[in-house]
Design a binder for this molecule. Structure first.
Ligand SMILES: *Cc1c(COP(=O)(O)O)cnc(C)c1O
Length: 386
């Protein structure tokens, strides 16, 4: 399980299509893009960057994230901790889910030395303090809910509490002898850097309300992927805005963390799919919403993926297919009527069975959410470049 996954390497996506003519979907890793994404955070975020494993837990992807220099992991379950620590014994896991199965915190602490936990209510705090008997070794992050802001997917209706309640919980954490900390998540695919500033300000006021100097501030994830259909601000705006917000703590701010999932891995993966059938203006692809495309179906999701179409010519050469485009309905391979991309795709009018559609920036919440429904489970991998 620890072994590096050996994968076929190619010079380009065109070469993969030419050599393999893949009739099943292929996930293509771009190591340089994983490196660039990690570097943005490692160079400019003013604290520890944790990779949120749920965004893509494939070993092939974890290896890329590790090679890119990420050493901290936001793990939300015991199996995620086991996965990460078996692969990278020197990694540091942080248990950042506010709801944990009975015994999970005890096992994480005793077996893996995990010392960071999140709570947003008394029940989970009591459970945590009941399972770990040495609270002085813990950092306990109280999660505050943040207002609806610039994110496509909000994450504050399920988790997080009010500043008043959080202040009360922070006092309880401090009284128990653990280090009191605050966390939030502004929502996923957050297109507004200002959402982070607003949440940092809420955290600062919450700490003040509690009369407590917090030991750390965790800014969650939410940093966006560069999808068409979304206006993604330059990344440095996020980091600049966060640094300006932290300056309001005075001459020194608490140690900070962030937990990007999507932003560390979205760009690192492309997906090669093949057209199985064309019927009039309907295409049937070998991947669909039960495979890699679940995220497109989320309510309020306005993003898509950049795509390119390739054909094989009579001499088996791979050529980009151009020509006038038209909107085509794209179905997945399963027998379920719901297995259809929610919006038509603009595709070359000439596209036909046997052609390939390559989707870019497919790393986030694709592999992680795929199912084996109807026997279709995309799991072929290749590498392009170094
Ligand atoms: C999902 C999640 C993340 C990662 O979110 P992204 O939007 O992918 O960056 C980070 N932290 C927590 C607690 C999460 O639930």
């Amino acid at each position: 399980m620890n072994a590096r996954v050996e994968l076929p390497r190619f010079a380009s996506i065109e070469k993969i299509i030419e050599r393999l003519k893949p009739v099943e979907p292929v996930y293509v890793l771009h190591p340089g893009r994983f490196q660039a994404a990690a570097k943005r955070f490692l160079d400019s975020f003013p604290g520890d960057t944790l990779y949120a494993v749920k965004a893509n837990p494939a070993p092939q992807v974890l290896d890329q994230v590790w090679s890119a220099g990420i050493r901290h992991f936001d793990t939300a379950s015991l199996p995620e901790i086991e996965l990460v620590r078996a692969r990278f014994p020197d990694s540091i896991c942080h248990f950042m889910a506010p709801v944990r199965s009975v015994g999970a915190a005890k096992a994480a602490f005793e077996r893996f030395g995990v010392t960071d936990y999140v709570v947003d209510c008394d029940y989970e705090l009591d459970k945590l303090l009941g399972e770990v008997k040495t609270p002085e070794k813990l950092r306990i992050f109280v999660r505050i809910a943040t207002p609806l802001g610039g994110a496509l997917l909000e994450l504050s209706s399920k988790f997080g509490t009010t500043p008043e309640d959080a202040a009360r919980l922070l006092k309880r954490v401090a009284e128990a002898g653990a280090a009191p900390c605050i966390t939030f998540h502004v929502g996923s695919q957050c297109l507004s850097p200002f959402s982070y500033a607003q949440a940092v300000e809420m955290a600062r006021r919450t700490a003040k309300l509690a009369g407590i100097e917090i030991a750390a501030l965790d800014m969650g994830g939410g940093f966006p992927g560069p999808y068409p259909g979304n206006d993604v601000p330059p990344y440095h705006w996020y980091f600049d805005t966060i640094k300006e917000a932290l300056a309001t703590f005075g001459p020194s701010h608490p140690p900070v963390l962030c937990e990007p999932g999507r932003a560390l891995i979205a760009e690192g993966l492309s997906l090669i799919t093949q057209v199985i059938l064309r019927k009039d203006d309907s295409l049937y692809l070998n991947d669909g919403v039960y495979g890699s495309f679940d995220e497109l179906t989320l309510p309020g999701w306005t993003a898509g993926y950049h795509h390119k179409v390739y054909s094989l010519d009579a001499r088996n050469r791979v050529l980009p297919l151009g020509g006038a485009e038209k909107p085509l309905r794209v179905y997945g391979p399963t027998c379920d009527t719901l297995d259809v991309l929610p919006r038509p795709l603009m595709l070359p009018g000439e596209i036909a069975a046997g052609d390939f559609i390559v989707f870019q920036d497919m790393g986030a919440y694709s592999v992680a959410i795929r199912t084996a429904f109807n026997g279709f489970y995309p799991d072929n991998w290749a590498v392009v470049g170094n």
